[in-house]
Design a protein around this ligand. Structure first.
Ligand code: FPP
Length: 249
């Protein structure tokens, strides 16, 4: 149940347009843990509650796509203990949330270089994707072992290969053709990017897809982020004027 202020924000939000696609860089778990004298993985564990809040809040508000940056390619460079803890949390997330997601008609897909994940984590992901495949209320996309530059390089290679084979001409190499080779080909670009913990960076996340997204940065650390913060971000989005590089008529 939402508290009265959160409910009021939701009512306001539902009375107008909401972004179709919200993307989130979940940052600040480590700092949240340090402030409490806890190990970093406790911050990630606490962050799982915020994942639930954000998924449920997005569904309540009527968002169609929610993309969460759960693990970057660069994150493989963290201490082995932390990487292992993050992989275990992913499996725990699937075990804990699976039924709730199915009941709420939420579909979950994962994108990124998932072949690098431990076999058990890969199985958990497949299980979650299969179990939630029929969900039509909200589609959640989890970026795991994801890096945007290498995604673009891979897509460019595919186009180059098709040119070499003669199935694509140079003139046919367009923005649409390249976008169609990205993981995200089947979804609209994000309208709104939310980043927690105050950092003003994109961190190799959806570089192509965020071309016209509105950016919203909050100082709130990810484990403290909840529905109310998400609703405030979406209301701020509504107040902004989006011109896509054009001028007013
Ligand atoms: C960034 O905080 C957060 C991550 C690298 C991991 C995000 C993971 C979760 C929220 C939990 C698991 C999620 C799912 C979907 C299973 P940081 O460690 O970079 O924080 P810092 O900048 O304060 O050090």
């Amino acid at each position: 149940m939402n508290d009265p202020k959160t409910q009021q924000l939701l009512t306001e939000l539902r009375s107008g347009d909401v972004p179709r696609h919200v993307a989130v860089i979940m940052d600040g778990n480590g700092r949240w843990a340090r402030e409490r004298g806890l190990p970093r993985w406790e911050g990630h564990r606490a962050g799982m509650k915020s994942v639930r809040e954000t998924v449920e809040g997005a569904a309540e508000a009527g968002v169609e796509h929610l993309t969460l940056y759960a693990f970057s390619k660069e994150n493989w460079g963290r201490p082995a203990r932390e990487v292992t803890a993050l992989m275990s949390l992913l499996e725990e997330y699937v075990a804990k949330e699976r039924q709730n997601l199915v009941d709420n008609e939420i579909r979950v897909s994962v994108f990124g270089e998932t072949q690098r994940l431990p076999a058990s984590a890969q199985r958990a992901i497949r299980d979650l994707e299969e179990a939630t495949a029929e969900g039509s209320r909200l589609w959640v996309h989890l970026a795991i072992s994801y890096g945007s530059r290498s995604e673009i390089v891979e897509a460019s290679r595919t186009l180059a290969r098709r040119c070499q084979e003669g199935t694509l001409s140079l003139e046919e190499v367009t923005e649409e053709e390249l976008a169609a080779e990205l993981y995200t080909a089947a979804w609209p670009d994000p309208d709104l990017l939310v980043r927690t913990s105050g950092e003003l960076r994109i961190s190799n996340f959806l570089l192509w897809q965020l071309a016209y997204a509105e950016l919203y940065v909050t100082p709130v650390l990810w484990p403290d982020f909840g529905r109310r913060d998400l609703f405030e971000a979406m209301l701020e989005f509504r107040r902004r004027e989006r011109r896509f590089g054009r001028v007013e008529a």
